[in-house]
Design a protein around this ligand. Structure first.
Ligand code: BGC
Length: 387
C-alpha cells in the first residue's frame, strides 16, 4: 500500500513538473513571438544628439508598420494590392533629417496638443487668455512649431503574438507651446490580424486645458509617391462641412455638401471637382476642410479606393470631424521614397479630430479637458482590396 502511495506521489510530481515546464516553454514561446512581430532598430541621431529608434510591427499576413519614437511618426505602412503585393502607401522622407529638421508637411506625425488651426494663436479659458505659438500666418497650426510631432516619446512594445502594439507616452509640461496644464498623452498603435492600424489616444491634465489629437499620415494607395492622388475615389459619410475664411479658419457656418464639390456621400474621384471655381475650393487651394461626420461613436466614416491597384482604405473613428486635405501644399522640394519629388497633391490626409478653432467657436463640440477627466479616442485605418 505504502509503495502504491509512493508510486502515485511520484507520478503526480512528474505530471506537475511536466505541466510546469510546458507552461514555461509556452510563455518563452509567446515572448519570442512577440519579439518577432516587433523589431527594434537604430534610426538616426537628431541635431540635439538624441538617438532615435525605429519599431517595425508585422502581422501574420506580412503587413508592416514602421514607427519612430521621434514625433510618434509612421515612416512606412504597407498594404496589399489586388495581386497580394504589399507596398508602402504613406509618404515620407528618404533621410531621418527630413523628420528631425522641421518636417514642414507633418509627414506621418502625431499631432498635439491641438490638431489643426487656432485663430490668431490665442484662446480664452476660465477668463484667462492664452497666447500660443503663431506658426501659420496669424494662426497656430498643429500644436505650434515644437508640437508633439517634434517630441521624443517613450515607447513600450505591448500586444501579443497576433496583434503587435506600441504604447507611446509623452508628458507635456505646463505652459509648453503656451498651453496650460501638464498634459500626459498616450497613443497606442496596434496592427491587427485583418490589416488594420488602430490608434487609441488618451490624455489627462492637472489644470483645465484644451486638447485635439490626430495622426497626420499622407496616403497614396498607388504606392508610387510621384503619382497624384486625384485618381483615388473617396466616399465620406458627412452631410455637412465647415466653410473657411482666407486663413483656413472655419467661419462657424455648417454648410450642406449637397450640390457642392464637397459632396462625397457617394464615391467620387478626388480629382473630379478639385479645380472647381467654387469659392471654398479656391480658398483651400483644393480640399483642405473639416467635414462634420454623420453619427456618433466609433463608426466607419470614409472609404478610399484606388482602381489601378485595387487597394481600399476604410477609416473609422469616434471623433466628430475629419480634415480631408488633398496635399495642396506639397511642393516638390523633397525626394520621395519611390524616387522623384513630392509634387503637388501626391498624398492625401484624413485627419480625424474635433473641429478647427473649437476653443474660439462656442457652437462647436467642446475640446476642454479638466483635471480628473480622461480624453479618450480611437481611429482605425483598415486596408483591403477590391478586385
Ligand atoms: C492642414 C493643411 C496644412 C497641412 C500641413 C493639414 O492638416 O489642413 O492646411 O498645410 O496640414 O502639412
Amino acid at each position: 500500500m505504502k509503495r502504491i502511495i509512493n508510486y502515485l506521489g511520484f507520478a503526480l510530481l512528474t505530471a506537475l513538473l511536466f505541466v510546469g515546464c510546458k507552461k514555461e516553454n509556452q510563455s518563452e514561446k509567446s515572448q519570442s513571438t512577440q519579439m518577432e512581430n516587433i523589431q527594434v532598430s537604430d534610426y538616426g541621431v537628431t541635431a540635439k544628439g538624441d538617438s532615435i529608434k525605429k519599431y517595425t510591427l508585422t502581422n501574420k499576413n506580412g503587413m508592416k508598420v514602421e514607427v519612430i519614437n521621434f514625433g510618434g511618426i509612421i515612416t512606412s505602412l504597407t498594404a496589399p494590392d489586388k495581386d497580394g503585393k504589399y507596398e508602402d502607401v504613406v509618404l515620407g522622407f528618404t533621410k531621418p533629417e527630413g523628420y528631425f529638421d522641421g518636417n514642414p508637411y507633418y509627414f506621418g506625425a502625431l499631432i498635439g496638443r491641438f490638431g489643426n488651426r487656432i485663430a490668431n494663436a490665442k484662446f480664452t479659458l476660465d477668463g484667462k487668455t492664452y497666447d500660443i505659438d503663431k506658426n501659420d500666418g496669424p494662426n497656430s497650426l498643429h500644436g505650434g512649431k515644437e508640437g508633439f510631432h517634434t517630441k521624443i516619446w517613450t515607447v513600450e512594445p505591448i500586444g501579443n503574438a497576433e496583434t503587435p502594439s506600441l504604447k507611446l507616452t509623452y508628458v507635456s509640461n505646463d505652459g509648453e507651446e503656451g498651453y496650460p496644464g501638464k498634459l500626459t498623452t498616450t497613443v497606442v498603435y496596434t496592427l491587427t490580424k485583418d490589416n488594420a492600424l488602430e490608434i487609441a489616444y488618451e490624455a489627462t491634465t492637472d489644470k483645465t486645458t484644451i486638447v485635439n489629437l490626430t495622426q497626420h499620415s499622407y496616403f497614396n494607395l498607388s504606392g508610387k509617391f510621384t503619382q497624384p492622388i486625384t485618381d483615388h475615389e473617396l466616399q465620406l459619410d458627412a452631410d455637412q462641412f465647415l466653410p473657411v475664411n482666407s486663413t483656413l479658419i472655419p467661419t462657424g457656418e455648417r454648410r450642406n455638401v449637397a450640390g457642392t464639390p464637397f459632396d462625397f456621400k457617394t464615391p467620387k474621384l478626388i480629382g473630379k471637382d478639385i479645380n472647381s471655381d467654387d469659392e471654398q475650393v479656391k480658398l483651400g487651394k483644393g480640399f483642405d476642410h473639416n467635414w462634420i461626420l454623420n453619427g456618433t461613436g466609433l463608426r466607419k466614416i470614409a472609404t478610399v479606393y484606388h482602381s489601378g491597384t485595387g487597394r481600399v482604405m476604410e477609416v473609422s473613428t469616434d471623433q466628430p470631424g475629419v480634415q480631408f486635405y488633398s496635399g495642396n501644399f506639397l511642393d516638390g522640394k523633397f525626394d520621395t521614397k519611390t524616387g522623384g519629388k513630392n509634387e503637388h497633391r501626391t498624398g492625401f490626409c484624413l485627419e480625424t479630430q474635433h473641429f478647427p478653432d473649437s476653443p474660439n467657436e462656442a457652437s462647436f463640440p467642446t475640446v476642454v479637458l479638466k483635471p480628473g477627466e480622461k480624453f479618450q479616442s480611437k481611429t482605425i485605418y483598415k486596408f483591403s482590396v477590391k478586385k
